[in-house]
Design a protein around this ligand. Structure first.
Ligand code: SAH
Ligand code: SF4
Ligand code: F3S
Length: 578
């Protein structure tokens, strides 16, 4: 059913327009009726840009038309960083980690420098999250500290500028600038190209903001600068925004409509990472398996597989183009020794072709994040997830049939509107039935603007939410401990991340199923059954014999160096023998 069309459009396209003032304060940026009239008059005539040369025009088409000082007439030279030092602090999900690299890439091109030392920063940028109230409280507290630091710095040397980027900038817009007078810059997730200009305005002593959402911004041409690739792993953003409108979730409001980055741009980034020696890439998006690159004409396969299995979608799905399975196929062909993971998929978009590809392609990890959110069909309906408990469990069975070795992880919310003890028990039983090895569990936090905020009652008391959450965590741990214990005695191919945090004598890495493995740091055979020994470094693949397990990790001993190719050969030999 196409619910989305019955809703008021969230984001409508508006045109940029010129404000006859050099550096206007954001508090003055709300659109008056006179300005609206003026805008409608000029929209049919030539644009102000037509009369100027060398002006910078934000490329992004605006999507909600609010709260943006365009200042497009500031010249390009004024947007230069002049070696000013930028310090980033990133909160929230992996999308923000990836966005930090995009924002940094844009600033680096303009001559900014990056620093890891807050005390020498000229510009401090917080990349923020709004998913739960607690996430926002963390930022408010941090802002208090930073503004106190900024006040102290005013007396000593060049003033420090503070910028709020990401989802909280988008959700709260000018409220932040009004509440925290010392914040200089506000940039929503689709406005990072505009950062150099915003910082220039801020340098002139004015607050500056751009929180326009876009229908098409994917930063496809901005190669993110991987600042500190961790253990030879990198995140590659493949899409932005989300159209799912789960009733509890703020993301569609902070990140806007779903759009996919073109395949060619993704492949280029993955090739570049492979050349740099990156061994593991995680494809990122809020809803990765609904990926669709419609810039490619090809149409691949049927779209109706999942919908006929008890899953429905609230929006009109796009047709044609290259889909997630095509992308996964192409990405996994780039480097047979590079592991490919993806997160987050939505249970509604798991056609068998994706599952078969995961089962067949040795470098696509047999690990699926399958966010359930609840085990009760009644609550799933209130959450607008588009599936029932039964449809979810059928999907789990199908996944386990096609990929018998699969590792599953999930997200759950405790204490959603109307959740009874019986609903909660159903969630506990679903966690037991599936047997995940990793879980992300949260107490429900009401977010303004969402469907739940307008239509449902946040009626589960805080202490009940907390108690249910703790019960979910303890069942999760029990099940994860069982799943991990089943690996004791097996030999796992581990990608080494580096030294273990607990002891410099140990190394740590991850299995194909994304379970952490700790093992002693010692030289091992260069390949299985070889007598030559070599040290083990971050980015190496090693075979580790597992000796013990708990709910969080495995312990074992490395036997030899290895590679994903070796693993493929190993499996082929075993299969032929069978
Ligand atoms: N697109 C991803 C989720 C991104 S948000 C997905 O659908 O899997 C990550 C998780 O935060 C969600 O899966 C959900 O479990 C949790 N979450 C989202 N909104 C929440 C809220 N209002 N209160 C508590 N948890 C929430
Ligand atoms: Fe939020 Fe649902 Fe979109 Fe995930 S799929 S980001 S939970 S609206
Ligand atoms: Fe948070 Fe925005 Fe990610 S709200 S979870 S940073 S998409």
């Amino acid at each position: 059913m196409d619910y989305f069309r019955t809703l008021r459009p969230l984001f409508t396209i508006s045109q940029h327009w010129i404000r006859p003032r050099y550096c206007s304060n954001v508090a003055k940026s709300s659109v008056t009726s006179r300005e609206r009239k003026f805008k409608s008059h000029i929209s049919s005539g030539p644009n102000f840009q037509d009369f100027l040369k060398g002006v910078s025009v934000p490329k992004t088409p605006a999507a909600d038309g609010q709260d943006c000082d365009t200042h497009s007439y500031l010249s390009e030279e004024l947007h230069m960083g002049n070696s000013r030092k930028v310090y980033f602090e990133t909160y929230g999900c992996q999308m923000n980690v990836s966005d930090t690299e995009i924002a940094w890439s844009i600033l680096q091109r303009k001559g900014y420098q990056r620093t890891a030392d807050l005390s020498e920063a000229d510009v401090v940028l917080l990349v923020t999250c709004s998913i739960r109230d607690k996430a926002e409280q963390t930022i408010w507290n941090r802002l208090q500290q930073l503004t106190a630091m900024k006040k102290r710095r005013l007396k000593t040397r060049t003033p420090m500028k503070i910028g709020i980027l990401g989802c909280m900038a988008e959700r709260l817009k000018v409220e932040i600038l009004e509440r925290e007078k010392l914040v200089d810059v506000l940039a929503g997730p689709d406005a990072y190209r505009d950062l150099p200009r915003l910082l220039t305005v801020a340098e002139g002593g004015q607050q500056a903001s751009n929180v326009l959402l876009s229908l098409e911004e994917t930063y496809a041409d901005v190669m993110p600068v991987q600042h500190a690739p961790q253990g030879h792993s990198a995140f590659v953003s493949i899409m932005r925004g989300c159209d799912n409108m789960c009733s509890y979730c703020i993301v569609p409001f902070t990140r806007g409509r779903e759009r996919s980055r073109p395949v060619s741009s993704i492949l280029e980034e993955v090739r570049m990472l492979s050349d740099q020696g990156v061994k593991e890439v995680t494809l990122l998006g809020q809803n990765v398996n609904s990926y669709r690159d419609t810039s490619e004409e090809q149409f691949c396969g049927s779209d109706l597989t999942q919908l006929s299995r008890g899953f429905k979608t609230v929006y009109r799905t796009k047709q044609g183009g290259l889909r997630f399975s095509d992308l996964l196929d192409r990405v996994s062909c780039i480097d047979p020794d590079m592991r490919i993971r993806f997160t987050s998929p939505h249970p509604k978009d798991f056609p068998d072709e994706v599952l078969h590809l995961i089962a067949e392609r040795r470098n696509i990890c047999q690990q699926i994040h399958l966010p359930a959110q609840s085990g009760s069909s009644k609550i799933l309906k209130a959450m607008r997830r588009g599936y029932t408990r039964e449809a979810y469990l059928d999907l789990v069975r199908n996944i386990k049939t096609i990929i018998p070795e699969v590792s599953l992880s999930s997200d759950f919310i405790s204490g959603f509107c109307g959740e009874t003890e019986d609903d909660h028990q159903q969630t506990l039983s679903l966690i037991r039935e599936v047997g995940y090895n990793v879980g992300f569990l949260f107490a429900y936090s009401m977010r303004k603007k969402t469907h739940a905020f307008h239509r449902l009652q946040d009626d589960v008391p805080a202490e009940v939410k907390q108690r249910r959450l703790e019960e979910c965590i303890s069942v999760f741990r029990e099940e994860a401990a069982k799943v991990n214990a089943a690996l004791v005695g097996s030999t796992e191919l581990v990608l080494v991340e580096g030294e273990s945090k607990r002891s410099a004598k140990d190394l740590c890495g991850r299995t194909d199923g994304n379970v952490k493995v700790i093992f002693p740091k010692e030289d091992v055979a260069v390949q299985p059954e070889d007598s030559d020994m070599a040290p083990v470094n971050a980015g190496d693949y090693v075979l580790v014999k597992i000796s013990s397990a708990n709910s969080q990790s495995l312990r074992g001993r490395a036997i030899s160096h290895s590679s994903l190719g070796d693993r493929a050969k190993h499996y082929e030999t075993v299969q032929t023998a069978v």
